[in-house]
Design a binder for this molecule. Structure first.
Ligand SMILES: Cc1cc2nc3c(=O)[nH]c(=O)nc-3n(C[C@H](O)[C@H](O)[C@H](O)COP(=O)(O)OP(=O)(O)OC[C@H]3O[C@@H](n4cnc5c(N)ncnc54)[C@H](O)[C@@H]3O)c2cc1C
Length: 592
């Protein structure tokens, strides 16, 4: 396995990085911390006091809160100064996404505006389009929405029926169609709309102003959660869209839609971190106040287990989020120098990290669902009361597994994209897999007598990667091109890949923390517990996959190899979790 500074997307499967080369949240500089603090202050001052009212579908109130965030500069983080923003690095953009993630419905409205509503124009727009729209979107003068989904076109986004035809005088596209589930529909000024021109096979993208005659906005949907975010259908009835508002080239819309979804997935991965930190703090505060059987419920081992698990899963996801963000940042900087256009360079870099984007989206949304669910449980009956923040957090969390591509679609993408990149020769996945397969009977756990703490953990992770390669090879050999239809097997492989990427990110973060801080024993506890769980997941997923492709000859050697490659040392996970929970309980807030 090679060690390299910046890995290509998916290359983590066959390469290693040095801990010193990754970015960890403990390295945020003063400016980044101040930006995050401004976002938190904004939530305290403008969002939390208005949550109840905004959740009564008060579109005007949500609109005014969004506008205020724009006036304070919070909408210009991803936009260069030239177009009215203050162009921050991708890592800073992710920190802002994280911090605003604690803002419930506001967070969804704000992220939709700043991300999918604005960035398609920033990334794909020409100078004129950027000047006419991005400058206004960056300050909140205009609010934006992104219109891809249709009644008959959800996951299969390219199958939409919306249509555009050039007018006889060649000055307009006449747009007809219906979009649904559109976030910010109730008040957006600009809509990025995807539709096919004539009978094209693929989509094109258009910038449509909601004030154009023929744009009709439906009433807000009654939703399970994020009730303050406006979500509605939009109808386009012979809408005249100026030809200058075609975004990108004709037929480039599907590519734009997918690239923007990669960006949305990365940002969602950061967004859920903020929501999870809030839910954990709410949980521990309650557990430190509520008494049963004469003692605080935070003293019970069962609750310490829950709180420690909340912390470990959050901390691990966060490690992966900032590791990937920094990789995107590095590539963005390099591409901006190469191509000279910040917008195009940004989206190229983001789209490159498609494997990691899908991983962060799935892992993050499922981490938050776990944390939010346990937050309700820690509150007991009170967790079911609409008076408690955790009840809102629980309902609001659920959407993250559905939008920005469902988690089912993203799991498939994790494996499919990595394999396609490898086939293009970006890294040698299949060669490495072939070698392992050829030497199946000789596989060992690679243990040496001299290895220190981190060398041991790295060896485990390297072994997990070998198990993944073996499964990929076996599945490709057995199903060939039909593998695409074996979604259960692809899911098994995705599970292993996600677990391994996150565990490796956590291990690298803890190792780097060791270079920066004195006592890292609690972080080692997190890593110990996480590796134990990861080994179980990899073993189970590999075993499930193997059962689908092994033959009577290969079955036992494959099972044995996976057993060997997922062997990890014994750790007292109960004590490790208790130590983590005890710190949380002592701090009475999430402070790791
Ligand atoms: C609150 C909210 C806000 C939203 N905001 C926006 C927005 O601003 N703009 C926008 O354009 N859209 C938005 N959406 C739409 C959202 O992106 C879609 O709901 C999502 O992509 C899923 O599409 P669908 O609802 O049609 O589900 P479907 O595609 O019908 O999926 C139903 C189920 O089938 C599974 N499935 C589908 N295809 C496959 C497959 N090939 N393999 C395996 N499983 C599959 C799915 O994972 C899911 O479990 C929003 C949705 C909601 C609920």
């Amino acid at each position: 396995m090679e060690t390299s500074k910046i890995l290509k997307s998916g290359e983590f499967l066959v390469s290693e990085v040095d801990a010193k080369d990754i970015f960890i949240p403990e390295e945020f500089n003063e400016e980044q911390r101040m930006i995050a603090q401004s976002c938190s202050d904004f939530l305290e001052a403008e969002v939390y006091p208005n949550l109840e009212q905004v959740e009564k579908s008060d579109r005007e109130l949500m609109k005014s809160i969004l506008k205020k965030s724009g006036e304070l500069g919070l909408m210009g983080v991803s936009i260069p100064e030239e177009f009215g923003g203050f162009g921050q690095s991708f890592v800073t953009q992710m920190l802002v996404a994280e911090t605003t993630g604690a803002g419930y419905s506001f967070s969804v409205a704000y992220m939709a505006h700043c991300g999918i509503g604005t960035l398609p124009i920033m990334y794909y727009g020409n100078k004129d389009q950027r000047e006419r729209y991005v400058t206004k979107l960056a300050t909140g003068e205009f609010l934006g929405a992104y219109c891809l989904t249709e009644p008959g076109a959800g996951s299969d986004a390219n199958s939409g029926k919306s249509n555009a035809k050039l007018s006889e005088d060649g000055k307009h596209y006449i747009l007809n169609g219906q979009k649904m589930w559109i976030t910010n529909a109730g008040f957006a000024d600009t809509l990025v709309v995807f539709a096919k021109i004539d009978s094209d096979r693929v989509l094109s993208a258009f910038i449509v102003e909601s004030k154009y005659p023929g744009v009709v906005i439906g009433p807000d949907e009654h939703k399970m959660g994020i009730k303050g975010s406006s979500t509605a259908q939009i109808y386009f009835n012979d809408v005249k869209v100026p030809v200058e508002n075609l975004l990108g080239k004709r037929g480039e819309g599907f590519r734009i839609a997918l690239s923007i979804l990669h960006m949305g997935r990365l940002k969602l991965g950061a967004n859920v971190i903020g929501a999870a930190k809030k839910a954990i703090t709410d949980s521990v505060k309650y557990a430190n106040e509520r008494k049963q059987f004469g003692v605080l419920i935070s003293t019970f081992g069962a609750l310490k287990h829950k709180m420690a698990e909340q912390v470990i899963r959050l901390f691990a996801s966060e490690s992966a989020v900032y590791r990937a963000s920094n990789d995107v940042d590095s590539l963005m900087k390099q591409l901006t120098v190469d191509c000279g256009d910040y917008g195009r360079a940004s989206i190229e870099a983001i789209s490159h990290y498609a494997v990691e984007a899908a991983i962060l989206k799935v892992v993050g949304s499922e981490m938050l669902d776990f944390v939010a669910d346990e937050a309700v449980q820690i509150h007991g009956g009170m967790g079911y009361s609409a008076e408690m923040a955790v009840e809102r957090g629980y309902r609001d969390s659920r959407i993250n597994r559905i939008f920005e591509g469902t988690n089912e679609i993203n799991r498939l993408l994790v494996v499919d994209t990595a394999m396609k990149r490898a086939m293009k020769g970006e890294f040698d996945l299949f060669g490495e897999a072939e070698k392992l397969w050829a030497g199946l009977d000789k596989i060992t756990d690679g243990k040496t007598n001299s290895e220190d703490y981190f060398a041991e953990k790295k060896r485990y992770i390297k072994n997990f990667k070998k198990a993944i390669l073996i499964c990929i090879h076996g599945a490709v050999k057995r199903f060939e091109k039909g593998l695409i239809n074996e979604q259960e097997v692809l899911n098994n492989i995705a599970e292993m890949m996600m677990e391994t990427y996150v565990t490796e990110s956590l291990a690298l973060r803890v190792e780097k923390l060791g270079m920066m801080k004195g006592d890292i024993s609690l972080y080692k506890d997190m890593l110990d517990v996480n590796i134990n769980e990861a080994a179980n997941t990899v073993r189970k997923s590999a075993s499930d996959a193997i059962s689908t492709f092994c033959t009577s000859d290969s079955c036992s050697s494959l099972e044995k190899a996976v057993e060997t490659l997922t062997k990890v040392g014994c750790v007292n996970v109960k004590d490790a979790r208790r130590r983590i929970a005890d710190k949380l309980i002592e701090d009475n807030s999430y402070r790791f």
